[in-house]
Design a protein around this ligand. Structure first.
Ligand code: GDP
Ligand code: MG
Length: 370
């Protein structure tokens, strides 16, 4: 039976039953706590609560959440998704560029690289790593505020000649708040007279204890511009990924997060999405934020046309009705009716939020004038 009671669903999300009933009501579904709803509706509710559907126990399958939960057998290893953060001018962009040049697959493709907000490199041994190029910490914060968790780990770039600076500290806080591990990349070690011990001591003051000081945070010394030790950094990333045991089920409808988006004069709305579950296929119907459409074309960061995109692969998609915001989730759905339903629900929720914000603003104004 593909069904779950409203109460059970609330319990699993640690939400109040009444909140779930309200959410359902807003979706046009009338249900009491003891009534059952189908798995698709349940998944929609779970997503609206900002959770990801995840296998909780053996009983999930009996409870009818098959299709929304992945069994251990269905979960396959996926590449790590890495975000590079650090103080301005410490070499984030240089490091991203240098790492991109290590891509074995890119060389094969003859590499005309697109500038999209994320890319995947193939490392020696067939392993892959996805890097997200956050335009700034603000974007990262905005994504997190929307409940988007896209990154598996943070590479903290610290320039050896400058040490820990305000945005370094900010990045440390971001990684801690997102509860993801951090790897320190001490950059610019090609410069003369750098003092690594000073950098380590400064990190220690912010509770980042590197391995050489007896802690468990990996520290790799690199030079982005001289391409030094990039292999060591990639190795550290893969090691961390192994510890995290990153997995996803590629054999289901795709789900993921919008990394960036724009309105392109020639191509219309273009969104860069990160597939986090399932496989996105050309021709799929997707809802991204409140926008929807059929994926007309799909391109990877090397500008190659893709027929399908598996977990942790970032791709540009064309064919959406409008431009979704970064940090919004996307899902592939079965039919247009379902796409409209989800899109309308999200539009309604957006309008409600805007109305509430406007109401609050009016209240403030009225208070001020009273
Ligand atoms: P971002 O602001 O963190 O993205 O830093 P950038 O990548 O733009 O680098 C800032 C400056 O530092 C540029 O002039 C780079 O050429 C320089 N730079 C970056 N990495 C290195 C490095 O490993 N060694 C040296 N000597 N300079 C570097
Ligand atoms: Mg930069």
């Amino acid at each position: 039976p593909e069904a779950i009671t409203v109460q059970e669903l609330a319990n699993r999300m640690a939400a109040r039953g009444g909140e779930v009933v309200k959410a359902l009501f807003r979706m046009g579904v009338m249900a009491t706590l003891t009534q059952t709803i189908d798995a698709d509706t349940a998944e929609l509710v779970v997503n609206e609560f900002g959770h990801r559907v995840r296998r909780v126990s053996e009983s999930d399958v009996e409870q009818g959440l098959e299709g929304t939960v992945d069994t251990d057998e269905e979960l396959l290893p996926r590449p790590p998704v890495v975000t590079i953060m650090g103080h301005v001018d410490h070499g984030k962009t240089s490091l991203l560029d240098a790492l991109r040049k290590t891509d074995m697959a890119g060389r094969e493709a003859g590499g005309i690289t697109q500038h999209i907000g994320a890319y995947q490199v193939q490392v020696a041994g067939g392993h892959k790593v996805t890097f997200i190029d956050t335009p700034g910490h603000a974007a990262f914060t905005a994504m997190r505020a929307r409940g988007a968790s896209v990154t598996d780990m943070v590479i903290l770039v610290v320039a050896a000649d400058d040490g820990v600076m305000p945005q370094t500290v900010e990045a440390i806080h971001h990684a801690k708040a997102a509860n993801v591990p951090l790897i320190v990349a001490v950059n610019k070690i090609d410069k003369p007279g750098v003092n690594l011990d000073r950098v380590r001591q400064e990190l220690l003051q912010h509770e980042i204890v590197v391995e050489s000081l007896g802690g468990d945070t990996m520290e790799i010394q690199v030079s982005a511009t001289k391409a030094m030790n990039l292999d060591k950094l990639l190795e550290a990333i893969l090691l961390q990924a192994e510890v995290l045991d990153l997995k996803a089920n590629p054999n289901r409808a795709a789900e993921g997060t919008v990394i960036e988006s724009k309105l392109d004069k020639g191509r219309g709305p273009v969104a860069t999405v990160l597939v986090q579950r399932g496989t996105l296929k050309q021709g799929d119907l997707v809802v991204a934020g409140a926008e929807w459409g059929r994926v007309r074309a799909m391109l990877d960061d090397k500008g190659r046309q893709m027929k399908d995109a598996d977990p942790s692969l970032p791709v540009e998609i064309l064919g959406l009705s409008g431009v979704p915001s970064a940090g919004e989730t996307f899902v592939a759905v079965e039919n247009e009716g379902r796409a409209r339903e989800i899109s309308e629900f999200r539009q309604r929720r957006l309008r409600d939020k805007q109305a509430a914000a406007a109401g609050a603003a009016r209240g403030t104004l009225a208070d001020m004038m009273a």
